[in-house]
Structures are given as C-alpha cells and as structure tokens.
Design a protein around this ligand. Structure first.
Ligand code: GLY
Length: 350
C-alpha cells in the first residue's frame, strides 16, 4: 500500500492500494471515532461496493446508511444536493458524524458539498472508485454541484479527513472511464512531471496503476499545498479545462470530463503556440491522447466555446486567467483581456 500525505491546513492521508474498501472501517477508525455514517454513492457503484463497505464499517463500530442517486453528471444538481441534505437530517446525523463518498467525481463532489454545508460542515471521507476521481477530484477539497450550463458553479472548499483509493475497484471501469482518468494523468504530466507524461505512453501506467495514482497525487499535492483556495498556482491544474469545461457543458455532458479535457488540452496547446505564448507543440501530445482513446478535435465553433468559457469561474471581471505550457513538464499562468482570450480560443479551435 502507498500513502501520500496532503499537507493542507489540516493534513490528511491518501491511501492507495487494493482491497481498501474491505478495510475501510479500521482505516477510518484511525482518524475518527465510531459514529453514524451516511454513504453517498450512485446507483451503479453502490450496487457494486456498498455491501462490503457497510460490513467493513460495521466491524469497526460505525453504523451506516446509504444515500443513492442516479449515476451520471446529470445528478450533480442543487436538487440532488437538497435531497442529500434532507437525508442527512432525516438520518439524525450530528456534527460528530461522518459522510463517506463512494464512487467517482459526481459522488465525491456532491457528497463532499453536502458534508461542507450540513450543519455548517461535518467531516467526510472520500473513497474514489474511478481512476479519474482517484487522480484528481478526491484530493484537494473542491466540492460542488452544477447549475444548468455551468459546471461546478455552486460549491465550497472542504477537505476530506481521509481518502481511501481502492485500486481493485478500477477492475469494473469500462475503457471510456479508464481514458477519463488517463486524460487528467496526461495533464499532470504536461504541467509538472515529464516522467508521468512519458509513462502514459507505456503499458506500465495501467499495469502498475498504484504507482501512476501516486505520481499524480504528488503533482496535485504540489499545487494544492500553499493554495488551497485556488487563488494562484493551483490554477495551473486548470490546463486544458478552460476550453475543456466549455465543450463539456456545450455537449450537455455527452462528452465525458476526460474527453473534454483532452480536446481542451489539444486546443489550448495549439492556441498558445499560434499566439506565440508557448513553444510546446501539440503535435507531441495529440498522438499520446489518441493512443489512450481520447478525442482531440473540438466539435464546436469558436464563438460558442468563447461564450461558454466566459461563463466559467476562471473569468474575473474583464480578464481571464488560463494555464499555458512553457514546455512539457512546466506551465505558467497567463492573464488576458477578453478580446485576446477570444482570439486565443479561435486559434485553438479553428
Ligand atoms: N481539479 C483541479 C483542482 O483541484 O484544482
């Protein structure tokens, strides 16, 4: 088993290994006294793993109940959030009790936000069961739900007290979900770690997925540490997401997050090169993304992408800040006015 410590205001561990769901009770008992637990999970993942999680929690003295919602981004709404809060209240949870999120990014973001708001904040544990959630969303404390047309528009920073990444759960991921996690891994390699970027072209990334997750979390940790609330260097993690979030929203979420980020990375690299902002060419990256089963061509016109991107949180008044690569393995932030940004998107998408 591997352990990565995330040194936020209140540091917490991420454990990475096979079989952690079956040991969840004893691991959670190291950081929280036995209590009432509400597990937040979608219909697919809860059918696969809630039974073992419940038994593991019970063996360590935790009493659990399940809040479940239909699988998919369409559930990440204020309505489901309200239902989750009502469930916590009806279950009699108090501030000494726990939320445990079990699943991918939707369960983590929704359940984490429910924990952040319930009685002004109760602790929560993340159990990511997808590669995408393990390498990104489960760590760093971003929790949120979407508004119509606006991803993650309502949320809070609320760090988990523990993350249990059971890599045996990846065995039930389909190829599209593996590719979603691969897209974020490529991003982490591009902005900070050339060895991780190169690893994504070798079978090793999947054969030894525990090490791949660990490498990703070392990158993520380096950006979250010192900028928990996303005011500075953490924004470098948004590489590929300026265009990516826009195309994800424009597609009505028929493009998955990883697919949208892959399109976003290719477009943003092309744009930065054509604008003279970056010497890093997209031609070294597009074949890697394609070999991982990810799309790289934007299916939307630049005007609609600009409009969607300007509705995102990355805009501050009449400026927008986005990440560009100096070279593979190193990124910096660029802040531009909105006209320059529109030209940047046009050059990336056309
Ligand atoms: N997913 C980007 C971040 O956590 O900042």
């Amino acid at each position: 088993m591997k352990t990565v410590v995330i040194p936020t205001g209140k540091p917490y561990e991420v454990l990475i290994g096979r079989g952690l769901i079956g040991r969840a009770g004893q691991e959670i008992a190291r950081v929280h006294a036995p209590c009432r637990v509400c597990v937040v999970s979608d219909s697919r993942v809860s059918a696969l793993y809630f039974f073992s999680l419940e038994a593991a929690l019970k063996a360590a003295g935790f009493e659990s109940r399940l809040f479940t919602f239909p699988e998919g981004e369409a559930s990440k709404t204020l309505q489901t959030f309200g239902e989750a809060e009502a469930f916590l209240f009806a279950s009699g949870l108090t501030r000494s009790d726990l939320v445990v999120t079990l699943g991918g990014g939707v369960a983590g973001d929704l359940g984490g936000f429910a924990a952040a708001c319930y009685q002004r904040g109760i602790p929560f544990v993340q159990i990511p069961t997808s590669l995408l959630c393990a390498v990104d969303a489960s760590v760093g404390g971003k929790t949120a739900v979407d508004l119509p047309g606006g991803k993650n528009m309502v949320g809070a920073f609320h760090q988990p007290i523990l993350v249990l990444c059971d890599t045996a759960a990846f065995s039930t991921l389909d190829e599209k979900r593996w590719a979603d996690g691969a897209a974020e891994s490529v991003k982490h390699g591009l902005i900070r770690d050339t060895a991780l970027f190169e690893r994504m072209s070798s079978p090793l990334w999947r054969e030894d997925v525990d090490s791949t997750v660990e490498m990703n979390l070392e990158v993520k940790k380096s950006f979250v540490c010192g900028d928990e609330t996303d005011r500075g260097k953490r924004q470098l993690l948004n590489f590929g997401h300026t265009v990516g979030h826009a195309v994800e929203s424009l597609s009505g979420f028929s493009l998955s997050h990883g697919q949208a980020v892959a399109i976003g990375m290719a477009a943003e690299m092309r744009a930065a090169r054509r604008m003279g902002m970056s010497a890093a060419g997209e031609n070294d990256v597009i074949p890697v993304l394609r070999s991982l089963g990810l799309p790289t061509e934007c299916p939307f016109g630049y005007r609609e992408v600009v409009e969607a991107a300007l509705g995102d949180k990355k805009r501050a008044g009449n400026t927008i800040t986005f990440a560009v690569l100096d070279r593979i393995g190193q990124a910096r932030l660029e802040k531009t006015d909105l006209d320059t940004f529109a030209e940047y998107v046009r050059l990336g998408v056309e």
